[in-house]
Design a protein around this ligand. Structure first.
Ligand code: 3PG
Length: 251
């Protein structure tokens, strides 16, 4: 029986809105120079751990696509097959999209702010109709059923869109023994981890994903993670940076 391959989850490098302290959601923003460096460094870290992806998956947002390109360039593996899917997009942050996190926290208060950002079911107000119409006119979403393009999402909504991608695409590839790299977003990685680790509501509250830090998962034959929560290739840096993500908007 083939031993299941390794899955590597990576949140894209720092984006311009991350650097500006703003909610990004489905805004399509580029990486900062630091973000580009983080993505290339993630590639170098994969090389040091002899983790050479056979297949890569990205969202259809520029920051994930660019980060994956930088990782693969560093590894000299730009030739591997690439799958891009809206299912790995960042969470649709609704009316918070583009807003300053610090201002939102000051207005809403710390409890509601944390509920919106980190609870399983919390979600802010939806994206205003005009902005949703503009998003629906974007050619990259042309093939998507209009009701599949959300005006706002909770983490639970995201797990519902990501679970079929895990079951139908990622898990079967891993079962062939392939090393699979997923370059996605803070909340799509949280959603995937929620599915893989079967996290409960309390556990997702404290789950923060740093940019540019590869997170490795290995599986048993039933495709259960061998280490719950996976293993960061650079655990100290990942922990420090995850704490900074948790504190966004606080100061
Ligand atoms: O969409 C965003 O603003 C970030 O990528 C993730 O934001 P969060 O860490 O506040 O959920």
């Amino acid at each position: 029986m083939t031993v299941p391959g390794t899955l590597v989850l990576l949140r894209h490098g720092q984006s311009t809105t991350n650097a500006a302290g703003r909610f990004t959601g489905w805004l399509d923003v580029p990486l900062t120079t630091d973000g580009e460096r983080q993505a290339a460094a993630a590639g170098a870290l994969l090389a040091r751990h002899a983790l050479l992806p056979d297949i890569v998956h990205t969202s259809i947002m520029a920051r994930s696509i660019r980060s994956a390109d930088l990782v693969l360039n560093t590894l000299d593996r730009s030739w591997i097959p690439v799958h891009r899917t809206w299912r790995l997009n960042e969470r649709q942050y609704g009316a918070l999209t583009g807003r300053c996190k610090k201002e939102v926290r000051a207005e809403a208060g710390p409890t509601l702010y944390h509920h919106w950002r980190r609870s399983l079911h919390g979600k802010p107000a939806p994206l205003p109709a005009q902005q949703l119409t503009r998003l629906r006119a974007d050619p990259r979403y042309a093939t998507l059923r209009p009701d599949a393009l959300p005006a706002v999402e909770s983490l639970a909504d995201m797990t519902a869109r990501i679970a079929p991608y895990w079951a139908d695409v990622l898990a079967p590839q891993l079962l062939t023994g392939a090393t699979v790299l997923v370059v996605a977003h803070g909340n799509s990685v949280r959603a995937l981890a929620t599915v893989l680790d079967q996290l409960c509501e309390d556990e997702v509250l404290g789950l923060n994903i740093p940019t540019g830090q590869p997170l490795r998962y290995d599986f048993d034959h039933a495709m259960r993670p061998r280490v719950r929560g996976g293993t960061y290739l650079n655990p100290d840096a990942a922990l420090t940076q995850a704490e900074l993500v948790a504190a966004e908007g606080h100061t």
